[in-house]
Design a protein. Structure first.
Length: 115
């Protein structure tokens, strides 16, 4: 059974930083592409960042240069380092794993950027 568990969300002031983690189980983690999405209140879920099995990354333009996605295959974990946070980054952040048989979502972690 595939399970993704996010952690690391919270309340942070504008300009601050957070690191989100996504621990995966039930998959051969090193072989899978992982991604982060987010959903703000009243908005559709949107793509944030992606990392392939060989470490290639890509970002939505609004976070380019501020967010960094990474992975530790030994820990079956992917991370999202978020710096220079803005109020518009406030959302529930979800981890996603791409699989040939269909992807899986985590439960999400709330990130609130506010003074």
């Amino acid at each position: 059974q595939v399970q993704l568990v996010e952690s690391g969300g919270g309340l942070v002031q504008p300009g601050g930083s957070l690191r989100l983690s996504c621990a995966a189980s039930g998959i051969i983690f090193s072989s899978n592409t992982m991604a982060w999405y987010r959903q703000a209140p009243g908005k559709q879920r949107e793509f944030v960042a992606i990392i392939t099995s060989n470490g290639t990354t890509n970002y939505v333009p609004s976070v380019e240069g501020r967010f960094t996605i990474s992975r530790d295959n030994a820990k079956n974990t992917t991370y999202l380092q978020m710096n220079s946070l803005k109020p518009e980054d406030t959302a529930v952040y979800f981890c996603y794993v791409f699989r040939a048989s269909g992807g899986n979502w985590g439960q999400g972690t709330q990130v609130t950027v506010s003074s």
